[in-house]
Ligand binder design. Structure first.
Ligand SMILES: [Zn+2]
Length: 511
């Protein structure tokens, strides 16, 4: 079995490119994190599932991964293009709380979703307000050559860097949509696309979050924050910068412009140094009604899914069933289908564990041989004798599809095949499943069917009551008293319990 070369789609070139690490043996990745002014929408969480699969794939390839995700707690305005109010200040005013409390509350909520979706902890979470001195230094370094001051702040002159907006394809029809139309009109700006890297607090006002700077009291711009945190922690140039596709239009082109200015000033590489070699973007989660946003009616956050009885990993599986560059359509039926698929996989793993134990080879296994510290790598799979029982094409197929710009949808099909095949021992298949799950992150080796049964919040009947009613129904059926049996079924239905006779997955009921 050979290693497939890892190819990733680079938004800068709009092409698949082989991944060549900047530092041999390493991969350094920065992901734009959330602005912690509200609960994350599940569409936002798709970005972190994608970045997690990317990180897991780099680990699978044997690279030492350093992943950084930032937490934006200052400076992100209600419009990405520098217009409107600061999102954090607006929410703090609406909830009559301090910005610091708002940031802490929603950061914790975001971390809870990260955990529930089995997204691995990055090497570092960088919080924007911890890096303000470095932001001021960065801005000072580029101010003379690339910026100018207006009453409202320090602005970046986009005409001072080569090829501004190439990531957005700003000079082509593709990029012309939107860019420009959404940019803030500020009197005195030299170019429409110029943006504030430091916002001054208006004279006579004071803000909850403000810092002294050579340009007066104020706060950093959102774009500046990501340039500084990524460069500080990972060093320019680093390997991969990720984010949602909405960042391809303004936020990332502005980061790139700042990075070019910074790298040029500091004698790093050529003037086109974009900071990161590869820029990757995941597509939107959509509803039939159009792009989902926090303002469109029902707010789809992970807790809503859980409240309705869906395990959060069913949503992760739903994300993996689509390619990250495709739009993913959300529907409750689609989520239900993903949950059923997850149940089938978990049942198959449970059955394999039982078979393995029956074969008598499980008794002294402590821990189980498919469990290991850290993730499986391709090298370990290649050297594993048990996995070697599977036809070589099986794991080769997984490596090839995942190396082809993270094709998780096809890797899932390979996994289904390995779970179903009779051609290798249960141990071989359990190990192979664990190895594939190192990339997919569905927790397949430890999830149980019971874990997947989540009580909808609206349900009031207890599990003991359901079991008791089902026992009475069974007695009635044995006595051929179908009237009573049907009546019990109807009573349960009235309380939201569906009785599932002959369910192929072995579920007797569901709420
Ligand atoms: Zn960012």
């Amino acid at each position: 079995m050979t290693d497939a070369p890892l190819k990733l789609f680079n938004s800068l070139t709009r092409e698949l490119e082989p991944f060549v690490p900047v530092h041999p043996g390493e991969a350094r990745v920065y992901s734009c994190g959330p602005t912690v002014y509200n609960y994350p929408h599940i569409g936002n969480m798709r970005a972190y599932v994608f970045a997690d699969v990317l990180g897991r794939t780099l680990t699978w390839k044997g690279l030492k991964l350093t992943h950084v995700i930032n937490i934006t707690d200052v400076g992100h305005l209600t419009d990405d293009a520098d217009a409107g109010e600061d999102k954090m200040e607006k929410m703090a005013a609406a909830q009559a709380q301090s910005i610091w409390d708002i940031a802490e509350h929603y950061k914790q909520a975001y971390w809870a979703d990260v955990k529930a979706l089995n997204i691995r902890q990055p090497a570092q979470w960088t919080v924007a307000t911890d890096y303000v001195p470095q932001m001021i230094e960065f801005a000072k370094g580029i101010a003379d050559k690339h910026c100018y001051e207006l009453d409202s702040g320090l602005y970046f002159d986009v005409s001072t860097v080569a090829d501004y907006g190439r990531l957005a394809r700003a000079n082509t029809e593709e990029g012309a949509n939107g860019l420009g139309a959404r940019i803030e009109a500020v009197e005195g700006k030299r170019n429409a696309a110029d943006f504030a890297i430091w916002r001054k607090t208006p004279a006579g006002e004071s803000r909850q979050m403000e810092w002294d700077s050579p340009w007066g009291k104020g706060a950093p711009g959102w774009h500046l924050e990501c340039s500084v945190m990524s460069g500080e922690v990972l060093g320019f140039p680093f390997d991969i910068h990720t984010g949602g596709i909405d960042h391809r239009e303004i936020h990332h082109p502005n980061e790139i412009a700042q990075n070019q200015a910074h790298c040029c000033t500091n004698g790093l590489d050529d003037p086109k140094n974009s900071g990161a070699r590869i820029w990757m973007h995941n597509n939107f989660l959509v509803e039939r009604s159009g792009k989902m946003s926090k303002s469109s009616g029902e707010f789809l956050r992970l807790q809503l899914l859980i409240d309705r009885g869906y395990h959060p990993l069913a949503y992760r599986l739903m994300c993996l069933q689509a390619h990250y560059r495709s739009e993913l359509e959300f529907s409750w039926e689609g989520l239900g289908a993903a949950l059923t698929r997850l149940k089938r996989m978990v049942m198959a793993v449970e059955a394999l564990k039982v078979r393995h134990a029956e074969l008598g080879s499980a008794s002294n296994d402590q821990p189980a041989p498919w469990e290991k510290e850290g993730a499986w790598t391709l090298k370990q799979v290649q050297g594993d004798e048990d996995i070697g029982q599977l036809p070589p094409s099986n794991m080769q197929g997984v490596d090839e599809t995942i190396s082809d710009d993270l094709n998780t949808a096809v890797a899932l099909v390979s996994l289904d095949f390995i779970l179903a095949t009779k051609k290798a021992s249960p141990l071989a298949r359990l190990k192979a499943t664990a190895a594939i799950d190192s990339i997919l992150g569905l927790n397949l080796l430890s999830l149980t069917r019971t874990d997947l049964r989540i009580r909808p919040k609206a349900a009031t009947i207890s599990e003991a009551e359901i079991e008791a009613a089902l026992a009475r129904r069974k007695e009635a059926r044995t006595a051929k008293d179908f009237a009573t049996s049907d009546a019990i079924r109807d009573e349960l239905a009235a309380q939201g319990v569906e009785v599932m006779d002959g369910d192929p997955l072995g579920w007797e009921w569901k709420l």
